[in-house]
Design a protein around this ligand. Structure first.
Ligand SMILES: [Zn+2]
Length: 135
């Protein structure tokens, strides 16, 4: 699978991830179980990655992020995200661009905006290339 194929698969999983999020937040366990049973097993890793990508990685704890759910165990509430500054992708990069956007920071002065636009151009070129190969 090429990086472009992975990006396309991840893009296709975004609506699935949103659907599952709505079910988890608003529906009962049976609806969530039915959704999971209907999943194509080959898509599950991509769905997991997309779901993780939807989780903000900032200074909120899992307990903060799960505050909408009343039945979160105490052990989870007080756990912290393993935020290690050294492990974060440095500027300029696409990962840092996404981090800036999540935090509402400027992404242009450090070059991350340019890095993100280059990634998008590369993805678009890959899609166009695959489109012309299919035609
Ligand atoms: Zn940056």
């Amino acid at each position: 699978m090429t990086p472009g194929d992975r990006a396309d698969l991840a893009e296709r999983m975004v609506p699935e991830a949103c659907h599952l999020a709505v079910l988890v937040h608003d529906a009962d366990a049976d609806a969530v179980a039915a959704f999971i049973r209907a999943l194509d097993p080959d898509c599950v890793p991509a769905l997991l990655v997309v779901l993780a990508a939807l989780v903000p990685v900032d200074d909120r704890s899992p307990g903060d992020l799960l505050a909408w759910e009343a039945s979160v165990p105490e052990a989870v509430k007080w756990r912290q995200m393993p935020l290690m500054a050294a492990a974060l992708e440095p500027c300029p990069s696409y990962a840092a661009y996404r981090r800036h956007k999540t935090r509402g920071e400027d992404a242009e002065a450090c070059g991350c905006g340019d890095a993100a636009r280059e990634v998008w151009r590369e993805r678009k070129r890959g899609k166009q290339q695959r489109g012309s190969e299919a035609a």
